[in-house]
Design a protein around this ligand. Structure first.
Ligand code: MN
Length: 390
């Protein structure tokens, strides 16, 4: 049988105030097109369909229409909740979605109660079993009492063991004559993060499971959570498909794909990367304002994060934005904002006037602009005299 594996759509993501809904619409249309073109038996969506737990109506509209369009290709559609999704909302809509042939899984379920989704592949008639493991919050998995009483290492081992127990229970119903697949939204030990949109607190802490936890009975493990496409050494094929477009700066060098997987009960799964071309590129650039202006045409339509190689001055971000309209973030290159004499300033702070404190702050940040001091003085006067009026 043949299926598509995708994850981490993050529909509704707004990057530095810029809606990306049009890009998301184009990316998801491309995925629907690939599902139709390759006549897949199933589409597996391994979590983080949405950017937030309370997505806007237009984000929900896009996801609902995409799920229906995927179903209309004739494929089984199975989606699990990621850490960005609202698990309870997924479960609330599960019966309704089930009526139209879409399997939505918000929280962990017993194998016989939806924890293993079984169907017959339309192309080959092979039985297919998909064990589904939505994001399991460590807050839920590791109870508060344990958090208080145990060390982080003990909790980490506890989380690992809990995930192993859940996987063992789910995969116990795998059959020898079927294609057995695990879908999960979690971090595997040693995997590389996409360095951007993953919400670091849930990946860099100790909560992860080794790839060996998936066992040998799975023909394929379809993971979501990390935005970089990668496979991991394990007794069975374990793949992160990655996000289908760059979600945040730091993911700009990732290749964005969905995975086309051919699997059978007798042979190892064959995985093909299908590139996704929609979505704007994210790019980080450095230079003086003048240098950046000269290179503007190279950047095309890309969204830019700029590190300016000049000391900060009043109005600098506006100058950069006027030069490069697709700039979403302006920062000073650390070389030009190196703090100086921080300790000295901190020591003399108690005895300083507001103007002196502000001057010290500017010096620490490498800002040398008399206009800024004058503006501070005016603002300070206005605020303090307004106080006199009550
Ligand atoms: Mn994600």
């Amino acid at each position: 049988m043949r299926f598509l594996h995708t994850s981490d759509w993050h529909v509704g993501k707004v990057l530095r105030g810029h809606s990306r809904l049009d890009e998301q619409r184009a990316v998801l249309a491309e995925i629907v097109g690939l599902a139709r073109e390759h006549a897949v038996d199933a589409v597996l969506i391994s979590g983080d369909l949405y950017e937030t737990a309370a997505p806007a109506a237009e984000a929900q509209q896009l996801v609902v229409r995409t799920l229906l369009a995927l179903r209309d290709t004739g494929a089984q559609v199975i989606a699990i909740a990621g850490n960005h999704d609202h698990a309870a909302a997924f479960d609330a809509y599960r019966p309704l979605m089930g009526e139209v042939g879409i399997t939505l899984v918000g929280s962990i379920r017993r194998p016989q109660d939806g924890g293993v989704v079984s169907f017959t592949a339309r192309s080959t008639g092979e039985p297919v079993n998909v064990a589904v493991l939505p994001f399991l919050s460590q807050r839920y998995a590791v109870r508060a009492a344990q958090l208080v009483a145990q060390t982080p290492a003990e909790n980490s081992a506890g989380y690992d063991q809990m995930v192993r127990d859940v996987l063992a229970a789910l995969t116990a119903s795998f059959t020898d004559d079927g294609v057995n697949i695990v879908m999960a939204h979690l971090t595997v030990t040693g995997a590389a993060t996409g360095a951007g949109g993953e919400r670091s607190a849930q990946t860099i802490f100790e909560y992860h499971v080794p790839a060996s936890a998936f066992g040998v009975r799975a023909h394929y493990v379809a993971l979501g959570h990390l935005h970089r496409r990668q496979s991991l050494p394990a007794p069975c094929p374990v793949h992160y498909c990655g996000a289908p477009y760059a979600i945040d700066f730091g993911e700009q060098d990732n290749t964005n794909v969905v995975l086309l997987v051919d699997a059978s009960p007798a042979t190892p799964a064959r995985v093909t990367d299908l590139p996704i071309k929609s979505g704007r590129r994210l790019r980080t650039v450095t230079g003086t304002v003048a240098e950046l202006g000269q290179r503007a045409s190279e950047y095309g339509d890309d969204y830019l994060r700029v590190f300016v190689r000049e000391p900060y001055r009043a109005g600098l971000p506006d100058e950069v934005r006027a030069t490069l309209p697709n700039v979403l973030q302006v920062r000073i290159d650390p070389e030009f904002s190196a703090p100086t004499h921080r300790a000295v300033h901190a020591a003399s702070r108690a005895a300083s006037t507001p103007a002196e404190l502000f001057a010290a702050f500017c010096a620490e940040r490498g800002i040398d602009d008399p206009r800024l001091s004058a503006l501070f003085g005016q603002l300070h006067d206005r605020v303090t005299s307004a106080g006199d009026d009550g």
